[in-house]
Design a protein around this ligand. Structure first.
Ligand SMILES: Nc1nc2c(ncn2[C@@H]2O[C@H](COP(=O)(O)OP(=O)(O)O)[C@@H](O)[C@H]2O)c(=O)[nH]1
Ligand SMILES: [Mg+2]
Length: 341
């Protein structure tokens, strides 16, 4: 009997193939099991899925016991960093994930179509940024793991619908819900309350193709600027400070800018090393936190290199063309260093 597998099942199976962490594999297997048509012809497949799930859960249990107890939906960080997609239902978070990565989320015009975190890798130039699609933070359906997953990410992309007449209320609600999860986004003046975390955030105005989007963007800019206590909204290039960017997952407008802004959100720099007289390998950058120095990259290369480091030569930007720099010189994105021991 043919199994008559649904597109939903096949999508989940594809996710399983791409999954790397046990959590991703479990989530994909669960989705496969719920999507598989339940009839005699699939009985063997169902049993096989259940067996694999049981095995994976068992392995994870063991690992969790010896290490730390990870929340059920913990998404292991991969690539240059992790950005959580957060926002009201139907704003197009899943559509953006699908447009920017190879992940295949359920995109639907009904709310709560996303039930568990779904990661995808977004290529940006020579690196990858991990995006995590999440269900909305809804007070009626509080799922403790959602704020936990956001707290674990390096940055937050707040996705709102520019065609939504109540976009302002929805953004305000999302910010309040984040607050309940002890998460503040964007720039925060003064001290954070006890137990709170601050996440760099980018406000993504999705569906800029919809009527009324331009007006909504202006209104949003005001609230976002107010939230950040700035006279003007921050341009997307300054994502770390809380940029604002209109995009469309549907038409593709500004998606390249979005890739860059999401990368900037991570607060990292890409640095290349080279040997004297040779060219650097541009495909294999070291990814370091912004503010990292020549000493830090040396430590990444090898502890002996760090210990014996005398100076470095630097190529980068408009200022450096092989000049000698000291060990505490701060590196910029795309710098090339030659380490001398
Ligand atoms: N016009 C327009 N519709 C979009 C865009 N992005 C998503 N949608 C639609 O909005 C609905 C909700 O999208 P979805 O990604 O499931 O939202 P989520 O709940 O935030 O994950 C779907 O019907 C999408 O096709 C966009 O850029 N423009
Ligand atoms: Mg969704």
């Amino acid at each position: 009997m043919p199994a008559n597998l649904t597109p939903e099942y096949l999508a989940a199976e594809e996710r399983f193939k791409q999954a790397r962490s046990p959590e991703e594999k479990i989530a994909a297997l669960e989705a496969m099991l719920s999507a598989i048509p339940k009839h005699k012809g699939t009985e063997k497949m169902q049993a096989d899925l259940k067996r694999r799930l049981k095995k994976l859960r068992g392995e994870k249990g063991k690992k969790g016991a010896t290490r730390h107890a990870a929340p059920i939906h913990y998404v292991e960080r991969e690539g240059a960093g992790q950005v959580a997609l957060v926002g009201p239902p139907n704003s197009g978070k899943s559509a953006l994930l699908a447009a920017l990565t190879r992940a295949t989320p359920t995109i639907a015009d009904y709310p709560f179509s996303t039930r568990s975190p779904l990661p995808g890798m977004m290529p940006f130039e020579n690196i990858q940024v991990q995006l995590v699609d999440l269900p909305p933070l809804d007070p009626l359906f509080p799922e403790a793991w959602v704020p936990q997953t956001i707290r674990n990410a390096d940055g937050v992309a707040l996705v709102v619908d520019l065609g939504d007449a109540a976009v302002l209320d929805h953004l305000t609600q999302t910010l309040e819900q984040l607050d309940q999860g002890k998460i503040r986004v964007g720039q925060v003046q003064g001290e954070l309350p006890r137990g709170f975390v601050r996440k760099p955030a980018l406000l993504v105005g999705n569906k800029c193709d919809r009527p009324g989007a331009r007006d909504n963007l202006e209104v949003l800019a005001e609230l976002w600027g107010e939230r950040l206590r700035l006279a003007r909204p921050v341009p997307p290039q300054n994502a770390q400070a809380g940029g604002l960017l209109p995009v469309s997952a549907q038409t593709g407008e500004n998606l390249e800018e979005l890739r860059r802004a999401l990368f900037e959100l991570l607060g990292v720099v890409r640095v290349y090393t080279k040997s004297p007289g040779k060219k650097p390998d541009r495909q294999a950058p070291y990814v370091l936190p912004r503010g990292a120095t020549v000493r830090d990259i040396a430590a990444r290369v090898h502890k002996d290199v760090a210990a014996g480091l005398k100076f470095a030569r630097l190529w980068g930007g408009t200022r450096f063309d092989g000049q000698r720099v000291e060990r505490d010189h701060v590196l910029e994105d795309q710098d090339i260093v030659e380490l001398h021991t």
